[in-house]
Design a binder for this molecule. Sequence first.
Ligand code: G3H
Ligand code: 13P
Ligand code: NA
Ligand code: ZN
Length: 328
Amino acid sequence: ALISMRQLLDHAAEHGYGVPAFNVNNMEQMRAIMEAADRTDSPVIVQGSAGARKYAGAPFLRHLILAAIEEFPHIPVVMHQDHGTSPAICQRSIQLGFSSVMMDGSLMEDGKTPSSYDYNLDVTKTTVAMAHACGVSVEGELGCLGSLETGEAGEEDGVGAEGKLSHDQLLTDPDEAADFVKQTKVDALAIAIGTSHGAYKFSRPPTGDILAIDRIKAIHQRIPDTHLVMHGSSSVPQDWLAVINEFGGEIPETYGVPVEEIVEGIKHGVRKVNIDTDLRLASTGAIRRHLANNKSNFDPRKYFAEATKAMTEICIARYEAFGTAGNA
Ligand code: G3H
Ligand code: 13P
Ligand code: NA
Ligand code: ZN
């Protein structure tokens, strides 16, 4: 059944668990997420980015999620729009039937230029008024995602600030967060703690100076009733990097957000954990390995099935680690 993000995150807060929000672009990802949720009895958040809409087309994306709900009617599903860059984009997603939208007002409409606090307040308030009138939840964002090592947002083609970010921009301020939530009435707040989108988050296994889990604790202390969202939360599994590189890929040394650190965040108010890159890495590794080991195969279903299996395993591991399992 389709539910709102607010309903799910209120339940998660009450029972002390977190929910992975997986990005979806195609049928294999959708199936992996749902099979994993079915096997672990987990509620689901699936999110479509602007890039997903461009790749699949809005009707295909919408019906992919509706197909999941039809095939797995016993699983609660939130259909969330990831990183909306304007109230108009959020409005279109509401019209498409999404039950939750992210208004990312931390950046201007170009998705690259850091915005002012007043701009962020303004576009987020406008979106909340519209969405709440339709029973749709809103995620806002305060602070800019980016690396505390380099001051850069990372991801080149996705949503992310261009140019160097200051230390202040890279860490959400607890007092400002309290004011932002009070004024906008968002249902969930994405915060900046040193994570960034994509595979290249950290040049070494992260420690507290580059992954600010303590900042989550400070924000949670200030606004204990607000559901916090961690973006850029892929763990960048070293075993999948090794498979990719063994079978013809070239991915340099890189590290993600350790699952244990996310679990620590969940103890301090994190309820939604955004994951895209991990499923991309697992499916690429599985397909590279299958094609290398089966040189005469040309049936895409064979390698897509391997990709689905690899993604399902990641989803199951996250549902179990975050305490989502058993809560459908
Ligand atoms: O916002 C970041 C997500 O990983 C989505 O990426 O814009 O390439 O679909 P995308
Ligand atoms: P990753 O790139 O770490 O998977 O983050 C995804 C994300 O934050 C989507 O909004
Ligand atoms: Na989002
Ligand atoms: Zn994100």
